[in-house]
Design a protein around this ligand. Sequence first.
Ligand code: UDX
Length: 450
Amino acid sequence: MTSNKIAIFGAGYVGLTTAVLLANSNNKVTLIETNPSRLKVLRAGKSFFYEQGIDELLGQALRNKSLVLTDDSIPILGSQDIIFSCVGTPSNADGSCNLAYVFSVAKTIAEHAKPETVFVQKSTVPVGTGGKTDIIFKSFGNNLHYVSNPEFLREGTAVQDSLWFDRVVVGGDNKRANQKVLDLYRSIESNRNRLAAISGLSEVPDIVSKYILTNRNSAELIKVTANAFLALKISFANSIAKLADHSGADVNEVMDAVGADSRIGRAFLDAGRGYGGGCFPKDVSGLISSAEEYGVDMPIMAAATSVNDSMPGYIANKAQEAMGTLTGKRVAVLGLSFKAGTSDARKSPGVKLANILHSSGAIVTTYDPHANGEAKEELKRSIAVCKSTADAVKGVDAVFITTSWPEFLGIDLKELAGKMSGSLFYDAVNCFNPSDVEQSGLQYLGVGRS
Ligand code: UDX
């Protein structure tokens, strides 16, 4: 496989994961990051987020000199074969996608890259962004080839998802450019075992990776459609959970049976405190506003958002009913990242729940094995962030489990009951067996498990 010179803008989850995998697959990669503190951490061979295998891949690529880190793209842009854009696309106040970084990178590349360079858009962008970027390229008189190549990795399993990918989607107008991008992924696939060994991943999923070529606008729409559909599944499960609570059904039993229908599938039907993170909330609101721009109404996605927004409050209300009042009650929220396996606390349902409980008059303690630092600034100031589960649960009336970290799932329930003053155990991720909890002398509440 030929070695390519590749530049990557943005060392976020997507950019860094892509960079370390390509640099360890016989390519020369320059990763451009303008945030000085992030760059300093990376130069020391550490990623700034918690992700299995990433530090090992980063260390190896830096030692090999197949990865170079810089904050200055200008000197290197003219000598690259392929340039990736993996910069952030935060939400604007109205929910639309902010493309300022995307277009600023496109302008820099239009000005400094050599003609015929392949430009790969990996940032999550609304459909139609490729067309607007092409106008920028043309305004600089540069003949660059735009390829949309959406990313599907999940935080917490970013390396694993990027090694054993379900599909690679590539969409662009230039055949040779499309082929070049597809070949990069084939190089990762053919180096899979070696990359897995470097990163220390042992689990080998049984996956046949698909390579899908589409038109540019389809590729752009595929990414947000996939995320929006997954978000829709979760909100659907949460709507059924509310009905299960009122009707004596158990939503886990319902979804196990419904998901056994191969037309539906069981994935992303876990009811609980709702979805969070840097993708689903942003991609759903981005899809709604991008559809609006084309004059298309998407009430189905507005409904998914409204169900999701209601979940932490729904859980707090049920706790209030169970305890009579929340005022003056001592409660512990275990889990501040938006899901297990990551230190990311953006739009975290656990943080939201802790803040709601606090606003309802409860005295709140919290703990997360990896996200205490990131969650702190999102939490109300008088909420105590503890150093351990034991510290957080001491003397509390109720415990809320809001992420499925192994440390929480393996909790000794009898010991926990002994440390608490009250007895409410709120399983907001529906991961515990209610009878195990009740046998330990605790009162079990789940979401849709009446
Ligand atoms: C998501 C997509 O899965 C990934 O393909 C895309 O590239 C980025 O967005 P991520 O945000 O990392 O990945 O997390 P994911 O594992 O999808 O979970 C998102 C949220 O949904 C989490 O808060 C999770 O706890 C929640 N969730 C997930 C549920 O509440 N129920 C489920 O059944 C599944």
